[in-house]
Write a protein that binds this ligand. Sequence first.
Ligand code: ADE
Length: 249
Amino acid sequence: MKIAAVSLFPDMFDALTEFGVSGRAIKSGTVDFAVFNPRDYTQDKHQSVDGRPYGGGPGMVMMVAPLQRAVADARRWMTGCRVKVIYLSPQGRALHQSAVQEFAHCEGIILIAGRYEGIDERFIALEVDEEWSIGDYVLSGGELAAMALADATIRLIPGSLGHNESAQQDSFSSGLLDCPHYTRPECVSGQRVPEVLLSGDHQRIRRWRLRQSLLRTQLRRPDLLAVLPFEEERQAELDDVRKELSDDD
Ligand code: ADE
């Protein structure tokens, strides 16, 4: 897969390319990554990438032409790939794991990271396929959002995660929050590892983890449970979790 970012701050992407799972995937060639800086595609002596907003108001708006030339170059860099152009902004649809799973099947992704008050709407109309938000808060630019999307996508690409890391075990891959995890020592400040995890009984451990996931999801993110079709074991366990919680009230 090829991923390009269009950004005025290429160095920010070192966080993606130099560290951890994404860094390894990029260094090993599982993913090709490049940044295209709109400033490199300006044609005036001031290298202008922004202008004052029509209609007045505070802040500046990113101009169409440098962005468009940067995207054209990113498209050339991924010639032969089917490309999706994604703009990160608070106005986008809320990003979730099932969208990320679809991105992981793309051949080429171009991520547009805006700065200032935003980008000229005509660039979005002409070049952008999808607009996504990483949450209901405003970042100072789209770079962190682009990296979040890229990181979440890269770790799903076969070969990115090592032997002992599995995306199947992730939070959300089952539509539920993850269960609690523990490692040595067995006792920390009087808090012991739950006995079941020391039992060696894999069936009991699996049931306990499922129940913990359901319990956490019911307590913290009941919205996730509203949309799920559940198979029998899960539904029975969820009914039981709900009964237990209502008995506690
Ligand atoms: N750019 C600024 N804030 C953002 C957000 N919440 N999501 C995506 N892109 C952004």
